[in-house]
Ligand binder design. Structure first.
Ligand SMILES: Cc1cc2nc3c(=O)[nH]c(=O)nc-3n(C[C@H](O)[C@H](O)[C@H](O)COP(=O)(O)OP(=O)(O)OC[C@H]3O[C@@H](n4cnc5c(N)ncnc54)[C@H](O)[C@@H]3O)c2cc1C
Length: 468
């Protein structure tokens, strides 16, 4: 029987991982003939680490997910620098921007998200492209464009105080720029943080030297001058970095008549409204997860590879409980679950704004259902474990935040077997222990075996300490 033709649209974090997962299950390509089409010219890279590239803590070359010869080694027909322009579901063929076409038996949409630029006067030129001193922050090329334009002492404005905006502002501050962070809402990172947490974060960033302007909209941009805000104040800037949110990239899916509700709607088999077309990662909408993070994308890639190769026809994707971690030097922040709908739950909170420490934990029926923890890494570890395992919170709830609860440990040895140590890759303690017992006794071997540490990398120190 000839292999099933599977075409992947998008060679980002989800598309690349899906291809890896397929080849893990079907190394010789007997079952699946893979074509991967990627609009970016680079080999797939770890987008999560772009903040590190911007901040200068790692070179661009260090974030590649695949070596240059990956496609030939993995027997993948890889086409980079070209995009899928049209999907013909009837004929089961996709047409690419280079006018070539590829037939499929199954199509996997992994088109991610694109940066959204608000309709502020002057951000775009007359032809619709960004003004020369305006950049978004989504791709490696964006990062290179920003770094070409900044210099120590240069005034830079960052528009948008969500996760990306805060990471960009911190990174550019580290590069010696004079950074102003403009956010339209009254507190930073309002998707993840409650107002108290947002205020502590703003105070911490201000203390580091960032000029934080909250509750202000950009009214106008003048090339070379910077921004004018809605209260008439000015923000001088040689460069404006726009980090005002992302939108799932669904243009081709919509044009092909697939059901889209913000993202392409998928079920537990990651099927769209056409069972031959699947969607994973940022471009997909599944009821059990919040899109826009890598952990669900990678969980979905593994489930879909099980299904497409037939390795596990019973595999289902049921959702991913996500944790957001800020990657900004000098700011330790974790946000998980829902802290906004606290009406039905109990709240435990501590706040020491002057030293940048804050925690707010929401408990429903004695279980942690949401939390924001800033400047308290041990408490963040403890709260995350209670959230992950669903274990009842200790009777002395404050102990959780003060590092005195039984689970308040950053040592892998003391964790329960089902505790997730590497979140990006959903690697539990039990998997790490099994890999170590089977000979993966140093960090590179453990990473190769389990993939732990290969996402945002924030678990690397914990695992290194455990191996020592
Ligand atoms: C600076 C930054 C920091 C982040 N930090 C974190 C973090 O700490 N934790 C976290 O969980 N997540 C983080 N994210 C989000 C994370 O990167 C995304 O959730 C993840 O990349 C989603 O993977 P994806 O493959 O769905 O999308 P992407 O990685 O965006 O890949 C999609 C790819 O598809 C391509 N494409 C689109 N349309 C087409 C087409 N028609 N034809 C061909 N190719 C196409 C795109 O060019 C792109 O290369 C961060 C993102 C950024 C930008």
């Amino acid at each position: 029987m000839s292999p099933r033709r599977v075409v992947v649209v998008g060679y980002g974090m989800a598309g690349a991982r899906f291809a890896d997962e397929v080849r893990r299950r079907d190394p010789a390509g007997d079952l699946v003939a893979l074509t991967v089409v990627g609009a970016e010219a680079h080999p797939a890279y770890n987008r999560v680490l772009l903040s590190g590239v911007l901040a200068g803590s790692m070179p661009a070359g260090a974030i590649s997910l695949h070596a240059a010869d990956w496609a030939s080694q993995a027997q993948v027909d890889l086409r980079t620098g070209v995009s899928v322009r049209e999907i013909d579901r009837e004929a089961r063929v996709v047409t690419l921007s280079d006018k070539s076409s590829v037939d499929y038996d199954a199509l996997v949409l992994a088109t991610g998200s694109r940066a959204w630029v608000p309709p502020v006067d002057g951000l775009r030129g007359e032809n619709g492209s960004l003004a020369p001193d305006v950049a978004t922050f989504r791709e490696l090329d964006d990062c290179a464009a920003i770094l070409r334009q900044v210099r120590p002492g240069a005034p830079v404005a960052v528009l948008g105080g969500g996760l990306l905006g805060v990471e960009a502002a911190r990174g550019l501050l580290g590069r010696g720029c004079l950074v102003t962070l403009v956010h339209p809402v009254g507190h930073l990172m309002e998707r993840q943080l409650d107002p108290g947490g947002g205020a502590v974060l703003a105070r911490t960033l201000t203390g580091l030297g960032i000029d934080v302007r909250l509750g202000r909209l950009a009214a106008r941009h003048v090339v070379g001058d910077g921004l004018e805000l809605d209260d008439g104040s000015a923000v001088p800037a040689e460069l404006v970095v726009v980090a005002t949110g992302v939108r799932p990239e669904t243009a081709q899916a919509e044009a092909a008549g697939l059901v889209v509700d913000r993202g392409v709607v998928v079920d537990d088999l990651l099927r769209t409204s056409d069972p031959r077309v699947h969607a994973i990662g940022d471009c997909a909408t599944h009821p059990g997860t919040q899109a826009g993070l890598v952990q669900p994308a990678w969980d979905q890639a593994a489930v879909l590879a099980d299904l497409v190769t037939g390795a596990d026809p019973a595999a289902r994707y049921r959702g991913t409980p996500t944790v957001t971690r800020l990657k900004a030097r000098g700011v330790d922040l974790a946000a998980l679950g829902d802290v906004h709908s606290a009406d039905s739950g109990d709240v435990v909170a501590v706040q020491d704004s002057a030293s940048g420490r804050y925690a707010r934990v929401v408990l429903t029926d004695d279980r942690v259902t949401g939390a924001v923890v800033i400047g308290l890494p041990d408490a963040a570890a403890a709260v995350t474990q209670f959230y992950d395992t669903g274990a009842p919170a200790p009777t002395d709830r404050l102990a959780m935040l003060l590092g005195r609860a039984p689970a308040a440990t950053s040592s892998v040895d003391d964790l329960p077997d089902d505790a997730v140590v590497c979140r990006c890759n959903t690697v539990t303690k039990a998997r790490l222990v099994a890999a170590r017992r089977s000979g993966a006794t140093d960090l590179p071997a453990l990473a190769a075996r389990t993939r732990a540490t290969t996402g945002c990398g924030s678990c690397a120190d914990t695992i290194r300490d455990w191996l020592a």
